[in-house]
Design a protein around this ligand. Sequence first.
Ligand code: HPA
Length: 287
Amino acid sequence: PGDPHPYTYEVIEQSSRFLLERTKHRPRIGIICGSGLGGLAELLKDKDVFPYEEIPNFPASTVPGHAGRMVIGLLEDVPVICMQGRFHCYEGYALWKCAMPVRVMKLTGVTHIIVTNAAGGLNPAYNVGDIMLLKDHINMQGFAGDSPLKGRNDERFGPRFPAMNNSYDQRLRQLAKQVAKDIGIDQYIREGVYVMLGGPAYETVAELRLLRMLGVDAVGMSTVPEVMVARHCGMTVFAFSLITNECITDYDAQGEANHEEVIETANKRQNDLNLFVTRVVSSMASE
Ligand code: HPA
């Protein structure tokens, strides 16, 4: 019947209980802060901060000097729980381990999750600095037999065979587009298909051309495991990519993808992103 899953319902419950016993907030909205959104957690008021190494059963963070903590507090009066820093598959974690904090959020009472990331823009119409709302994803690692939902299934989280169409809530995308108009950033808004590759290497030209043929608009190294686990346990999902660099699909191009450019774009765009997410959260809460 497959190996027993090390993160059983009871193990996840222990982590969520730890958080609930140490904060008075009861957030319904969870946020995974990708590159460019790390500063959002700093905006929370009346916050309780939990470094990942203090939360029972959490994977150990492998990136030194990189914020790895749960921050629970008020974003303009709306209680939220933020992951400041996430777990990536390229750090050596299994996909289910990368996504385990989503289940912890679920058992703390989260019903809606906002997942963010930095991604390369593959669609030639995209510009660096754009915000791509995810309308769908391609779980490339699923093609090779891996999934965050692999292994024994616990029905208390969700069904053995969950549907994945309509994973990216239509209504929240509409709401986000309205927010973007209201704050004057609608010229940056795109809507497209995200693919996750395992990384850590960036893609070859041939790989990117292949992905383009498959209908991919943006390429990254995260988000899909968390979204799959969130959908499995019945959460409503909103996700977006900050387009931090242009994917290079030309053999004669001189430039190359690099982490510095990703971080630089993320830093440049962080004020817009913080405001965008803050307003999306406010409108979600007032619905
Ligand atoms: N490829 C994969 N992941 C990324 C990229 C990219 O070009 N940019 C930011 N994350």
